[in-house]
Design a protein around this ligand. Structure first.
Ligand code: SAH
Ligand code: MG
Length: 200
């Protein structure tokens, strides 16, 4: 697996694919090892890197449903996944994640949802995945600090304005202590780990 991960990291670098970065990766792996989620929903497959980390470091026979909009990336992901021992465990669904989440079986509850697709849609993703989350399930969201802009007082460049606004909204939503507990790891591009409180 080490060789395949290395190959994927090189591919990502060469083709500017934003896979979870080196610092975020460490936290991500620790969380996967700790919670060992069996049923995982991933929003944003890219080339399958984080999906393979999840199967490799996580529960034996964990099942991942991974959503990806870009056909070429999904193909590349399938290609890499086919070179691993986890091809039966990861299923990629091509298309817009927000739409495809709604088509998922409402009775199939996830132990973990990894949010890592369109940054401007995190609040929407959150609303949509909550009914699909197991009672003791966790939600991980990558890039919530988005290049430092989210927590900064400085105005973000115009092209990032909406993303930053939506990520702030996301953080505010998961910081509602009546509903959730959330820890934000500043490593990498910001990783938010959220658990839902039982009373909701
Ligand atoms: N989780 C991956 C990285 C994902 S990068 C890893 O860490 O290895 C974000 C991905 O989300 C990109 O591949 C992009 O094509 C995809 N994406 C963007 N908008 C999307 C949408 N609306 N629906 C599904 N996927 C989307
Ligand atoms: Mg990311």
């Amino acid at each position: 697996m080490e060789a395949l991960f290395k190959q994927m990291e090189d591919f990502a670098k060469e083709n500017k694919v934003p896979i979870i970065n080196e610092n975020g990766r460490k936290v991500f792996i620790e969380i996967i090892k700790k919670y060992k989620p069996q049923r995982v929903l991933e929003i944003g497959t890219a080339i399958g890197y984080s999906a393979l980390l999840t199967t490799y470091y996580g529960a034996e026979n964990a099942k991942i449903i991974s959503l990806e909009l870009d056909e070429e990336r999904a193909k590349q992901a399938q290609d890499f996944i086919n070179q691993s021992a986890y091809r039966e465990q990861i299923k990629i669904i091509l298309g817009d994640a927000a739409k495809n989440i709604e088509k998922l079986d409402k009775n199939y509850k996830f132990d973990m949802v990894f949010i890592d697709a369109a940054k401007g849609q995190y609040p929407d993703y959150l609303q949509k995945v909550l009914p699909l989350l197991a009672d003791d399930g966790i939600i991980l969201a990558d890039n919530v600090l988005f290049r430092g802009y989210v927590m900064s007082e400085e105005k973000p460049p115009r092209r990032y304005k909406t993303i930053v606004k939506r990520l702030r909204e996301y953080i505010a939503m998961v910081s509602d202590t009546d509903k959730f507990t959330t820890e934000i790891f500043e490593n990498g591009d910001g990783l938010a780990l959220t658990k839902r409180l039982k009373t909701n």
